[in-house]
Ligand binder design. Structure first.
Ligand code: BV8
Length: 239
């Protein structure tokens, strides 16, 4: 399909885009799910069973993200550049809970699985910025309830955020690009089918073919810091 400068673009990102910034993925050999069972730390049942264990899991990931050596990489900056220079809408939908897209300058961004640097109170539902450890003895700064603050992260079995806005964007886009995701987790893994159904051109930029690789019209394999800037430069050359 021919892309025009009026073509809206939707980009889905996963843990692979942050790998070269020093953050682990989930399902690679050295991934997070090789260290801990997702049922124990990324489900409401796991949290109800042992909230201190879940808080410790996300506290450790927050420490990792706060490491001064963890910074946005060339792939994050390329997407922020695309948003700035592409004449039509560019929407980045990320499964990641890190803040590397923001720190690279991305403005139109949806964290469909929530954000590691936010917490919400299960009592009053208020959402607060959270850059340090959470514990089961913390009191909510808004309602004063104790032990009700949890990471503002979407666990398995919970509804991802802003799904209506995402499906609207998928129905309207001319180009859907999936970057650094294994295509294992739904509903994100189903976005490529939604985009194809509306006639969009679909591209996968990944280190290796994902679970949904055959659904993409085009695929460029390689590390994100190489393939993403290259792909963005090709798009901008169309202008
Ligand atoms: C829901 C928490 C419904 C945050 C996460 C069908 C339809 C709908 C739901 C389901 C369905 N089938 C099953 C389900 C349930 C479930 C699901 O999908 N289960 C899977 C395991 C089968 N889905 C859900 O529960 C979702 N909720 O559907 O709710 C509902 C309806 C009504 C009312 C209420 C509810 C919720 C899903 C969100 C779960 N939370 N994490 C956190 O701790 O981070 S998911 C977890 O996996 C992470 O968030 C992560 O974002 C996500 C996806 O992982 P990836 O990002 O893809 O990472 P991965 O390691 O897998 O892959 C990395 C890729 O990068 C690899 O391909 C690798 O090759 C590549 N790579 C590596 N290095 C590089 C690279 N690429 C480029 N460059 C590199 N350098």
């Amino acid at each position: 399909m021919r892309l025009l400068s009026t073509s809206p673009i939707v980009v889905l990102t996963g843990a692979g885009i942050s790998r070269e910034s020093g953050l682990h993925t989930f399902r690679d050999a050295d991934g997070i799910w090789a260290q801990v069972r997702l049922e124990d730390v990324a489900t409401p049942e796991g949290y109800a069973r042992d909230p201190a264990r879940v808080q410790a899991f996300y506290n450790a990931r927050r420490h990792g993200l706060n490491d001064p050596g963890v910074v946005p990489n060339a792939a994050h900056f390329a997407l922020a550049n695309l948003e700035r220079l592409w004449p039509a809408d560019v929407l980045v939908v990320t499964q990641n809970i890190d803040d590397l897209h923001e720190r690279a300058g991305q403005q139109r961004l949806i964290h469909m699985h929530g954000e590691l640097l936010k917490a919400f109170c299960t009592q009053c539902r208020v959402v607060e910025r959270c850059t340090s450890d959470l514990s089961v003895t913390d009191a909510c700064p808004n309602c004063g309830a104790v032990g009700t603050l949890r990471p503002d992260v979407v666990w398995f079995g919970e509804m991802p955020y802003q799904m209506e806005r995402i499906y609207e964007a998928l129905a309207a886009c001319d180009l859907f690009v999936s970057i650094g995701t294994s295509g294992n987790v739904y509903p994100a893994a189903g976005f490529v089918a939604e985009a194809r159904a509306n006639g969009a051109h679909t591209v996968e930029l990944n280190l290796e073919p994902s679970e949904g690789a055959t659904l993409f019209a085009e695929s460029v394999l390689g590390p994100a810091t190489e393939v993403v800037p290259g792909f963005v430069n090709e798009l901008l050359a169309l202008l």
